[in-house]
Design a binder for this molecule. Structure first.
Ligand SMILES: [Mg+2]
Length: 247
C-alpha cells in the first residue's frame, strides 16, 4: 500500500482495524472500534523507512569517512553486520536528559554502535573519537537522505484537510533539522524522538507523548510505520496501525 492510497481507501481503514474488531468485547469497546473506522483526526508517522531513507548504504558512508581518518574498512562488510549491531544496541532513549547532556549521550550511543560495527567488519584499530563525531555530524546533513517519492503529496493533502501530523521515531535530536532541511517540517506539527522521549518503540510511551502533544486520543489517530516496533508499539498505545512495505 502506498502512502497516497492510505486514507482514501475504505478497505485500508478496515484492514487497520480488523484484528481489533475481531477481539472487541462489549458495546463500549465496539464503539471505540467503530470510531477507529472513521477517518482519523491525526496521524503518527514513523520516519526512517516510512518517510525518508538513506541515499547510500550505511557502510558506504562509514567506509568513506573512515578513509578520511586513514582507516581501511570494507563498505560491504559494514553493511553485512550493521543491521544486527543496530538491532542489538540498547534503546536509543535517555530518560531525564536534555540539552547538551542529551546530545552527548546520543553521540556516545552512536559511537558505541559505530565502534561495534567497524570492529565486526574487521577494523582492528580502536575507533578514533573524531571519526564517530564526524559520522554523527555527517548523518545530520540532508544530502545523505531522501524523501520517498510517495510522501510529500499526501502529507501536504492531509495537512490541508486539517489532519494533525506527528513523527514518532526511534532516533535522536538530529531528526528535527533533517525533516526541516528535507522540506517536510511545514506539514508536521510534532516530532517525538525516542532519545528525548526517554523510551523507544515498541514502548507505547513515545506514541502517548505524540498524542498528548497533538491533543488527540488514541481512538482519533492512526500510526503508519514500516517495522514490527511500529506495529507492536502502536497496538500497545491503543492506536490502529497501518504497516507499509517498501521494496
Ligand atoms: Mg522505520
Amino acid at each position: 500500500m502506498s502512502l497516497t492510497s492510505l486514507l482514501m481507501d475504505p478497505e485500508s481503514r478496515r484492514m487497520a482495524t480488523t484484528q481489533e474488531i475481531a477481539t472487541a468485547q462489549g458495546m463500549a469497546k465496539a464503539q471505540d472500534m467503530l470510531t477507529a473506522l472513521l477517518p482519523p483526526k491525526g496521524l503518527l508517522l514513523d520516519a526512517m523507512g516510512t518517510l525518508i531513507g538513506l541515499r547510500h548504504s550505511v557502510g558506504h558512508t562509514y567506509a568513506a569517512l573512515a578513509a578520511n581518518h586513514g582507516l581501511s574498512v570494507s563498505a560491504t562488510a559494514i553493511d553485512a553486520v550493521f543491521p544486527r549491531i543496530h538491532r542489538q544496541a540498547p534503546p536509543l532513549a535517555f530518560p531525564g536528559l536534555d540539552g547538551a547532556a542529551l546530545e552527548s549521550a546520543e553521540r556516545q550511543w552512536w559511537a558505541d554502535c559505530i565502534a561495534a560495527a567497524l570492529a565486526a567488519a574487521g577494523l582492528e584499530e580502536p575507533l578514533p573519537a573524531a571519526l564517530a563525531d564526524d559520522l554523527f555530524d555527517r548523518f545530520a546533513q540532508a544530502d545523505l537522505w531522501r524523501v520517498y517519492d510517495d510522501v510529500a503529496a499526501p502529507l501536504e493533502r492531509w495537512h490541508r484537510r486539517g489532519l494533525r501530523l506527528a513523527v514518532v521515531s526511534n532516533f535522536d535530536g538530529r531528526l528535527v533539522g533533517l525533516l526541516r532541511d528535507l522540506g517536510l517540517a511545514d506539514w508536521i506539527s510534532v516530532v517525538v524522538v525516542s532519545s528525548a522521549a526517554g523510551a523507544a518503540k515498541p514502548d507505547p510511551a513515545p506514541f502517548a507523548l505524540a498524542l498528548d502533544q497533538l491533543g488527540l486520543s488514541a481512538a482519533q489517530a492512526w500510526h503508519v510505520g514500516d517495522s514490527p516496533e511500529d506495529e507492536l508499539g502502536a497496538r500497545a498505545a491503543g492506536l490502529a496501525c497501518l504497516r507499509i512495505r517498501r521494496p
